[in-house]
Every structure is written in structure tokens, then in C-alpha cells.
Design a protein around this ligand. Structure first.
Ligand code: OOG
Ligand code: MG
Length: 253
């Protein structure tokens, strides 16, 4: 099967909100091919008029690597269709089995077309915000190999961004909490994200350049979850609360 055919299986799974068998059960493909399938998958979304708005990193924290049984940093693409306004509503029926995780989101200030050093990263970032990522594996039981999840655009499904703040040099000591129905269900500090969330900017710049992805000024960068993810239920009121940065939230119907 071609990369395009495999991508269309995942695209249909997302459109129908019906998970499919892991591609790796019937096809052998390496990490590079997985990223090529991801590109084809995004091409399906662009064909429908969606636009690239940013990059998300995955498995930047121990908690996530442990929860999902994989141990390598991955990246995916965000489109305008995935953005839910802060305080907005998510419909469970649009997704297979969505989970939510608390994150930080950066807003880029300049076009990025090469790997940035940690010292340079600050010049390229306009602001930072508390955020929530809704991940929704298109694979049955939310189970996958590293190659499977890369092909599936790293489970990207939706995201919510709170109020923007100046991105101060030290972002590694912020408590990040996931709050569902007024209860803290997951919590860690921002140091859980690669030891320093600014490193997410360096990794995203490296990966975008490596895979030829344009990363223009004004793009979002979801830095990766600080904690494990939890399944969403109808009626949930979900918030990410980050010390000094405030909250981002949505409700589930
Ligand atoms: C893959 C996406 C991981 C993160 O922040 O670590 C991710 C998944 O867990 O399904 O978005
Ligand atoms: Mg995430």
C-alpha cells in the first residue's frame, strides 16, 4: 500500500470517529516513512481547506512516555480546525476516545527555518500560555507503536489555549495542574517538560527544519504534556491551571 492509502485509512478513522487497527500490525514501516504518512494525512486535511497553524511535541515528559510505553520525542502538526476557543465546548461524538493533558503553548514571533539554540529560543517567542491538548488516537484501544503514532499525526485532535503572557526566561518552576470537574486529577511542575520547556522550542525548530516544515511567525507550539492524560466524559468541565499563567478550559458535551 502507498503512504497515501495508509494516510487515508487514518483520515477516514478521524472523520468517522471510528478507530482502526494499528497499521504496524499489517505493514512494516520505519520512522521516516511514518513521517511521510503523516504528511499525506495532513494533505487530506489541507484538501478540505484546513490550514497549518503550528507544531506539537509529544513524549517530552517521563509521565507520558511511561503511560504510553514509548520513549522517543515525536512531533505533529496542528491545524486551525483543531483549535477550540478558551471556554468552548468539545463534542465527544466528533472523536474516537479522546483524552486530555495539560500543556504550555508558545506563540512564535519570527519565522523559524533552522535549529535554534537555547540562548536563541527566547528571541523567537512572542508569548506563552496555559493550554490543554486533546489527543485522540485513531487506533483501537489507544494502543500503538512509535511508528503508528507518528503516522497518526501523534494523536493530535484538538487544543485550547489560555491567555498569553510574556515568556520569561525561567519557565521550569511552574506547577501545572489538570482539573476535571473542580478536582485536580494530575499535577506536576513544568520541569517535567524536558527539564525546561524552552527546550521544546529548540526541538521543534530542529524537527521542523529536518522535515522541511515551514514554521512561520505567529505559529502555535504545544510544548508537550507535563503529566499523563485522562479520558474525557460527557459533561466534564476541564481546566489546565498553571502557576503565574492562569487557566485554559473547555467543557465536554
Ligand atoms: C501521543 C501524543 C503525545 C504529548 O504531549 O506527550 C503527546 C499520545 O499520547 O497519544 O501529545
Ligand atoms: Mg500533547
Amino acid at each position: 500500500m502507498t503512504n497515501d492509502t495508509l494516510a487515508r485509512i487514518l483520515d477516514k478513522a478521524a472523520l468517522d470517529a471510528q478507530p482502526v487497527a494499528q497499521l504496524s500490525l499489517t505493514h512494516t514501516f520505519d520512522e521516516n516513512t511514518a513521517y511521510a504518512i503523516q504528511e499525506e494525512l495532513l494533505a487530506c486535511r489541507y484538501e478540505r481547506g484546513e490550514q497549518f497553524v503550528g507544531i506539537k511535541l509529544g513524549f517530552t515528559s517521563e509521565a507520558k512516555m511511561k503511560q504510553m510505553g514509548v520513549n522517543d520525542l515525536i512531533w505533529g502538526r496542528l491545524t486551525n480546525r483543531m483549535l477550540i476557543e478558551n471556554g468552548g465546548t468539545l463534542s465527544l461524538s466528533d472523536f474516537c476516545h479522546p483524552r486530555v493533558e495539560p500543556e504550555l503553548c508558545f506563540l512564535t514571533k519570527k519565522d523559524i527555518d533552522r535549529e535554534l539554540s537555547l540562548d536563541e529560543a527566547h528571541e523567537y517567542i512572542e508569548a506563552v500560555a496555559p493550554a490543554l491538548e486533546i489527543i485522540d488516537s485513531r487506533y483501537k484501544d489507544f494502543k500503538f507503536s512509535l511508528e503508528d503514532v507518528i503516522a497518526d499525526n501523534c494523536s493530535s485532535a484538538a487544543f485550547v489555549v489560555g491567555e498569553w503572557h510574556d515568556a520569561v526566561p525561567d519557565l521550569s518552576h511552574l506547577t501545572i495542574e489538570l482539573i476535571v470537574n473542580h478536582k485536580v486529577v494530575e499535577s506536576d511542575t513544568s520541569a517535567a517538560i524536558l527539564g525546561n520547556p524552552w527546550l521544546s522550542v529548540c526541538h521543534a525548530s530542529r524537527l521542523a527544519a529536518k522535515y522541511g516544515q515551514e514554521f512561520p511567525a505567529g505559529s502555535y507550539l504545544m510544548a508537550g504534556a507535563a503529566t499523563g492524560a485522562v479520558y474525557l466524559q460527557a459533561g466534564d468541565l476541564v481546566k489546565a491551571r498553571v502557576r503565574l499563567l492562569g487557566e485554559a478550559g473547555f467543557s465536554v458535551e
